[in-house]
Ligand binder design. Structure first.
Ligand SMILES: CCCCCCCCCCCCCCCCCC(=O)SCCNC(=O)CCNC(=O)[C@H](O)C(C)(C)COP(=O)(O)OP(=O)(O)OC[C@H]1O[C@@H](n2cnc3c(N)ncnc32)[C@H](O)[C@@H]1OP(=O)(O)O
Ligand SMILES: Cc1cc2nc3c(=O)[nH]c(=O)nc-3n(C[C@H](O)[C@H](O)[C@H](O)COP(=O)(O)OP(=O)(O)OC[C@H]3O[C@@H](n4cnc5c(N)ncnc54)[C@H](O)[C@@H]3O)c2cc1C
Length: 673
């Protein structure tokens, strides 16, 4: 199968797409460079595309859909080994490797080695431990995973049951998973690949429980890959997606490890069993914060694949008639199709600017920790990243589902690529903190911030809007045209979040003051707490998108088109939650009517640039992984060609005909009964 590339050798055979591209009002390279982070980074990405997609191992992503689990696993290991070797050879940085992870859709074995195992060592190990294990890990002498979740507990970390009991006589920890519910269950690359795991276990010294702590455990022999004594390990079985990954289970029976194998940066156990700790007690959760931050960008990466497919396909697909005398229109010309897809396109851009800002804030926090030993920003970054990880995964799932249905029947095919994206997004909404659970972490923080406001204390930057009294707010939208004013829209979002936070805080306070036990008062308000976390996170997204488009240094045409997307993102979010915005008097009934009308106007404004706006993501066909979304638009040819590769078509007559259908049709089967 010929694949197009992202350079000038692209074949632009489909006339509709050629026309769409010639109609664009802006230069797509300007947006591509913003997304890549500059011309040099665009150049690097393109070089990497050449390097990877000239290699049959990474080409023709759609072929993975025809493979068995074992084939998928083996191929993913081959890909992982190739990528790790290339990383070593070219000395790619972490940032460069993240670009490559996205290009190959995270489809390679041992991805957790760089996503969680090494970052955990960097964050949780002492300098001596780092000097010992990091060179082994970065040179692939050991391959590691992050083993925290158990069969019985993933969310409630205080409920973990794996124990690490200190034995001062031998100066060892004895690791056990005492019950079925205690076995580790889910860690990526655990089942068949990893030689080592960072195991989170409950530390016990002299019968006293010190809670969850991290331990370095060797799982398999470095000579023959056999599990070491006392260790049972395997694959947990087929999943909704990521079936190339050997997510695993792990049982431990009296496995002894040296005292020095507890990662002791934040808490230490001396040889005689004395426990000491330093730094904040949640510092051992550090790797989870990093991955949640990264996940917001993964959602953007995933959703841009779905929306690129759906918009390009909608430009080449013709169906039905608007007018009996005219030709069948492109389905992208139906207002309903635009109303499905353009808000998703706007959300995809919103996710990009939000995740970029979140990563910058995270990097600032890490600099503070490294340079000043200051964890001041941790609580705020934890709260923001929890809410945004949750919200982005939800936007991703909703958006990709819309893209799938917007592609009609063909969208249901695996080779359309959207089901795969949707499955990946379902893993993101659950892994690294389940949706509701992470939202509740954000809400917990917001409740503390509003309590500070009530006693005149200073709140953190993300919550500054809480300093305003909602009573003093009046809706700034005086005319329909005001609905395009981003400053007004930001104020409306701030007011809605502010009012909702205050309202649930006040309900909680009244309930508790009137004698309702705190846990019951909380449970009676859990749904409202999730809602305030969503409102706060949606506000951050609108503020980040607005700040980005109003500070862009690029051509007026590019700013104009991105501004329209920002307006659509904000207006569509208001329409989705019209009840909230009206209940908090952030807008009135009249304004909701205007917003709905202006939203439809934006569809018309965006329509001529729709294809260019997805082209600006500059996704290589082998990265896009969709036969419906190919750059040249030759969708029907690609679909037909894919049937030649399909293993079901390798025999003209399938063996089951001779085994079952023929005996039925000849009457032989019935006569045997
Ligand atoms: C096609 C394109 C491609 C793109 C798509 C890519 C897709 C890729 C596909 C790959 C698949 C995904 C693989 C990803 C790997 C996933 C790995 C995992 O899940 S690993 C497993 C992940 N597992 C999970 O995520 C487990 C989720 N559960 C938890 O994190 C916790 O149990 C908890 C947070 C819910 C509660 O914890 P608990 O100890 O009971 O805490 P309390 O509630 O009592 O709060 C006490 C205080 O602590 C504070 N605080 C809390 N956390 C943090 C923090 N991180 N930091 C700082 N502070 C924190 C909190 O604010 C509070 O402060 P204060 O108010 O007192 O001041
Ligand atoms: C693809 C994938 C990869 C993974 N990779 C890893 C890995 O590499 N390493 C690892 O250690 N783990 C991994 N996990 C496990 C993952 O982190 C957990 O599954 C996740 O944190 C959710 O926890 P849970 O399964 O216990 O869900 P549960 O907590 O059992 O969630 C079930 C329901 O209960 C609700 N619920 C639970 N607690 C509360 C509460 N306090 N308040 C309100 N509602 C609540 C939830 O909202 C949800 O609706 C992976 C999971 C997946 C799907």
């Amino acid at each position: 199968m010929a694949n197009t590339t992202t350079d000038d050798s692209r074949k632009e055979n489909n006339q509709d797409l050629t026309l769409e591209r010639s109609n664009a009002s802006f230069n797509i390279n300007e947006i591509t460079e913003i997304i890549d982070g500059g011309v040099d980074k665009t150049k690097f990405r393109k070089e990497m595309e050449k390097l990877l997609f000239d290699d049959p191992l990474f080409k023709d992503f759609y072929k993975t859909f025809f493979k068995t689990r074992s084939e998928l696993y083996e191929e993913s290991i081959a890909r992982g080994v190739k990528l790790f070797s290339l990383r070593q050879k070219y000395k790619w940085t972490d940032e460069q490797f993240e670009v490559i992870e996205d290009l190959v859709n995270h489809l390679f074995g041992m991805s957790l080695h760089f996503t969680m195992f090494i970052p955990s060592l960097e964050r949780l190990a002492t300098e001596t431990q780092k000097a010992k294990w990091l060179p082994l890990a970065t040179n692939f002498k050991i391959l590691g995973t992050y083993a925290q979740t158990e069969m019985g507990h993933g969310t409630y970390l205080q409920g973990l049951e794996t124990t690490a009991t200190y034995d001062p006589v031998t100066e060892e920890f004895i690791l056990n998973t005492p019950h079925k519910s205690s076995m580790k269950w889910w860690p990526g690359s655990l089942g068949k690949s990893s030689t080592h795991a960072l195991v989170q276990a409950v530390l016990i010294i002299n019968g006293k429980n010190y809670g969850m702590h991290p331990f370095m455990l060797q799982l398999r022999s470095l000579d023959n890959h056999m599990p070491l004594p006392g260790i049972e390990v395997g694959d947990i079985g087929p999943k909704m997606t990521v079936n190339y990954n050997d997510n695993g289970f792990l049982l431990l029976k009296n496995v002894r490890i040296p005292r020095q194998h507890m990662l002791m940066k934040h808490a230490q156990v001396s040889s005689d069993g004395k426990y000491t700790s330093s730094g904040p007690n949640k510092a051992i959760y550090a790797t989870m914060v990093l991955v949640r931050v990264k996940m917001t960008k993964w959602v953007h990466d995933a959703l841009r694949k779905a929306i690129t497919t759906a918009v390009r396909y909608s430009a080449v697909r013709h169906q039905s008639k608007m007018d009996d005398s005219g030709p069948e229109p492109q389905i992208l010309d139906y207002q309903t199709q635009q109303y499905k897809l353009f808000p998703v396109l706007a959300d995809t851009y919103a996710l990009f600017f939000m995740s970029r800002n979140l990563r910058r804030q995270y990097n600032r926090m890490m600099e503070d920790i490294r340079n000043k030993g200051s964890y001041k920003m941790l609580a705020e970054i934890h709260s923001i990243s929890c809410g945004l990880k949750g919200l982005s995964s939800k936007i991703g799932i909703d958006g990709a589902s819309i893209c799938r249905t917007a592609c009609g029947g063909h969208g249901y095919l695996m080779v359309a690529g959207i089901s795969e994206v949707l499955g990946l997004l379902h893993s993101v909404v659950t892994a690294e903190g389940e949706y509701t659970v992470v939202c509740l972490q954000t809400a917990r923080y917001l409740m503390k911030q509003i309590a500070k406001v009530s006693v005149g204390e200073v709140v953190t930057e993300s919550c500054e809007y809480l300093n305003v009294d909602p009573q003093s707010f009046s809706c700034p939208l005086q005319t329909p045209a005001d609905c395009f004013n981003l400053t007004f829209l930001c104020d409306i979002f701030r007011n809605r979040a502010n009012s909702l936070i205050r309202s649930v805080a006040s309900r909680l306070q009244i309930a508790i003051e009137s004698g309702t036990p705190q846990h019951i008062a909380m449970n009676n308000n859990l749904q409202s707490l999730v809602r305030v976390a969503e409102a706060h996170s949606e506000t951050i997204m609108v503020l980040d998108f607005t700040a980005a488009v109003t500070s862009l240094r690029t051509s007026p045409e590019t700013i104009k088109v991105l501004t329209s997307l920002c307006q659509l993102h904000a207006l569509h979010t208001i329409v989705k939650h019209a009840g909230d915005f009206m209940e908090t008097e952030s807008v009135g009934l009249e304004q909701i009517k205007w917003i709905r009308e202006q939203e439809l106007k934006l569809l018309e404004i965006i329509r001529p640039n729709a294809v260019a706006l997805v082209d600006a993501f500059d996704l290589h066909d082998d990265s896009l992984g969709s036969l419906l979304g190919v750059y040249d638009g030759n969708v029907y040819e690609r679909l037909y060609e894919s049937t030649k590769y399909n293993p079901m078509n390798q025999n003209v007559v399938h063996p089951s005909y001779h085994k079952y259908l023929k005996p039925l049709m000849s009457g032989e089967m019935i006569s045997k009964l």
